[in-house]
Design a binder for this molecule. Structure first.
Ligand code: NAP
Length: 288
C-alpha cells in the first residue's frame, strides 16, 4: 500500500511507454516487502538535466535512465561509478548525500545473465556485431572478464576502429580489432567464436532481418548471444542453431540490469529464486 513512507524510483527516458522496468521493480518491491513504487517518467528532449534535478528535489530514491539520455545525464551527477565512467553511459542513478551517483548496470546485468546461461567469457574468442553504445560497453566488459580475443564487425568500420582503439588503451593490450561486416571470411578457418549481436537489426517489427545472412558465418559460431529480446527468437538466433550453435536472447540481460539497480537502491540482495520469479513475470508482461 502506498503511504507517507513510500519511496519512489523511476525511469527517465523518451519514449518510455513500452518499458518493462515497472513490472520488474514493483514485483521485487512487493515480494521483498519494500515500501517502494517504480514509475516511468517521459522526459522531453533537452530536459534531462531538469529531470535529474527534479528527481533529487522530489526525494526519489533512485532512477533508471534509458535512451536517449544515458550519456546526457552525466554532467548532472554528484559522482560516477568507475565502470560507468569507462563505458561513458549510466542507466542507474542512486541517491547519495549530495546528489545522485551514476552506475551502469547493463553490463554487469549482461554478465550475470551470461553466468546464468552458462556462457563463458574468460579465455574465449568473441565477435561483437555492431559498434554502437551497447557494443562499446560489451567490449569493455569482455576486456574486464578475460576474453582472449575480441573482433568487432560493423557496417561503418570507423566506429569499430574507434572502439577497438579506446578499449585497447583501457586494457593496455592489443585485445580488440575491427573488421568490416562483409569481411568475416578473413577470420581464421577452424576457429569458433562466441558472437554477441549488439545491433538493432532483427528487432520488432523487422523480425525477418538479420545482420549477416550467410551460413558460412554461422559455422564460425558456437554460441550466438543476441541482445535483442523482442522477438524472443531472432533470425540471428535461428541461424546460429541451424549451424549447430547455442543461442540466447537479451531478456535475461534486461532482467539482471534491473535487479542490480534494485539492489543498489535498497541494499537488499535479490535471491536467485526470486530473480527466476521476476523473469517469469517479465516474460508474461512481454507477451501481453
Ligand atoms: P546504436 O548505438 O543505435 O547502434 C546500432 C548498431 O547497429 C550500429 O553499429 C549500427 O551500425 C548497427 N546497425 C543498425 N542498423 C543496421 C543495418 N541495417 N545494417 C547494419 N548495421 C546496422 O544502438 P545501441 O544503443 O548500441 O543498442 C544496440 C542494441 O542493443 C539495441 O537494438 C537493443 O536491442 C540492444 N539492447 C539490449 C538491452 C537489453 O537489456 N537486452 C539493453 C540495451 C540495448 P553503423 O555503425 O554502421 O550505423
Amino acid at each position: 500500500m502506498v503511504n507517507g513512507r513510500t519511496r519512489t524510483c523511476g525511469l527517465i527516458g523518451y519514449p518510455v511507454e513500452h518499458t518493462l522496468s515497472p513490472v520488474i521493480h514493483n514485483f521485487l518491491a512487493e515480494q521483498m516487502g519494500d515500501n517502494l513504487v517504480y514509475v516511468p517518467f517521459s522526459v522531453n528532449r533537452g530536459l534531462a538535466g531538469d529531470a535529474v534535478r527534479g528527481a533529487w528535489a522530489l526525494n526519489l530514491l533512485g532512477c533508471n535512465v534509458t535512451v536517449p539520455y544515458k550519456s546526457e545525464v552525466i554532467p548532472y551527477l554528484a559522482q560516477l561509478d568507475p565502470l560507468a565512467e569507462q563505458i561513458g553511459a549510466v542507466n542507474t542513478l542512486v541517491r547519495s548525500c549530495n546528489g545522485f551517483k551514476g552506475y551502469n548496470t547493463d553490463m554487469p546485468g549482461l554478465y550475470r545473465a551470461m553466468v546464468q546461461d552458462q556462457v563463458a567469457i574468460e579465455g574465449e574468442r568473441v565477435l561483437i556485431l555492431g559498434a554502437g553504445g551497447v557494443a562499446r560497453a560489451v567490449a569493455v566488459l569482455l576486456a574486464g572478464k578475460g576474453a582472449s580475443e575480441v573482433v568487432i564487425l560493423n557496417r561503418t568500420i570507423e566506429k569499430a576502429e574507434a572502439i577497438a582503439e579506446e578499449v585497447n588503451t583501457l586494457a593496455r593490450k592489443a585485445l580488440v580489432r575491427s573488421l568490416p561486416l562483409g569481411e568475416y571470411d578473413c577470420l581464421p578457418a577452424g576457429e569458433r567464436y562466441l558472437a554477441i549481436q549488439a545491433t538493432s537489426v532483427g528487432m520488432h517489427p523487422g523480425v525477418e532481418d538479420v545482420i549477416i545472412d550467410e551460413t558460412e558465418f554461422y559455422r564460425k559460431i558456437h554460441t550466438g548471444y543476441d541482445l535483442i529480446f523482442n522477438p524472443a527468437d531472432t533470425r540471428f538466433m535461428q541461424l546460429t542453431r541451424e549451424s549447430g550453435g547455442r543461442s540466447f536472447n537479451g531478456a535475461r540481460m534486461l532482467l539482471y540490469q534491473g535487479i542490480i539497480a534494485y539492489e543498489l537502491w535498497t541494499g537488499h540482495p535479490v535471491e536467485e529464486a526470486l530473480a527466476g520469479k521476476a523473469y517469469v513475470r517479465m516474460l508474461e508482461a512481454m507477451k501481453g
